[in-house]
Design a binder for this molecule. Structure first.
Ligand SMILES: [Zn+2]
Length: 200
């Protein structure tokens, strides 16, 4: 079975001290570097959230508070603090991540009007081309790590299943924004019911 590793949004803004910090995000760096060095993966694909300034997914664009509810045309369910703006430090990969191991970088979120949580499809369903890339390499198993478990990792995993890949999320190599264990369990159950498997 040929495997790919997808490492989601390992960018400064999603780490502690970043503008959209995922709690304890830095604790996964060693595990991710080890996975990338393991030799188990035929391809290592990174995503890079890559927003224009004044992106419609930013609360500041609407003069609203970050995390306000908003659900319209490819944006939502909440508005985000400004993050991962193109060519800023916050959009760069974390310096402790061995990004030279990435074989492909998929940029997403670069359309002003549509956000993209998944590495496969934007929130309006536009194709980012990743399934085709993986199929061309005869990859049948996709392992997913990175930030954040309850948004971009989740939607990437669901789209990976839909695209026909055997899909596993590596729990020790991801962290969630949601800190309530019950709410997080609900999110994991939803993923499991849709065909995602988990491994430590
Ligand atoms: Zn984003």
């Amino acid at each position: 079975m040929d495997r790919a590793l997808l490492v989601i949004d390992l960018q400064n803004d999603f780490y502690p001290n970043g503008s959209l910090a995922v709690p304890n995000g830095d604790e996964i760096n060693n595990t991710i570097n080890k996975l990338m060095k393991s030799g188990r993966y035929k391809a290592i694909v990174a995503t890079q959230d890559w927003h224009p300034k004044n992106d419609k997914s930013f609360a500041s664009t609407h003069n609203r508070k970050p995390f306000s509810e908003y659900n319209q045309g490819g944006i939502g369910p909440v508005l985000w603090p400004d993050h991962c703006v193109q060519n800023t430090k916050g959009a760069e990969f974390h310096p402790d991540i061995e990004s030279e191991k990435f074989n492909l970088i998929i940029r997403k979120g670069y359309h002003y009007k549509v956000d993209s949580y998944s590495a496969f499809y934007e929130n309006d369903g536009s194709n980012l081309g990743l399934a085709g890339y993986l199929q061309e390499l005869n990859i049948d198993k996709v392992c997913i790590a990175g930030l954040a478990l309850d948004y971009c990792v989740k939607y990437t995993a669901l789209d990976s299943v839909k695209s026909g890949f055997d899909t596993t999320v590596v729990i020790s190599a991801t962290k969630a924004i949601e800190q309530d264990p019950k709410k997080l369990q609900k999110i994991l159950d939803e993923m499991k019911n849709k065909g995602v498997t988990f491994k430590e």
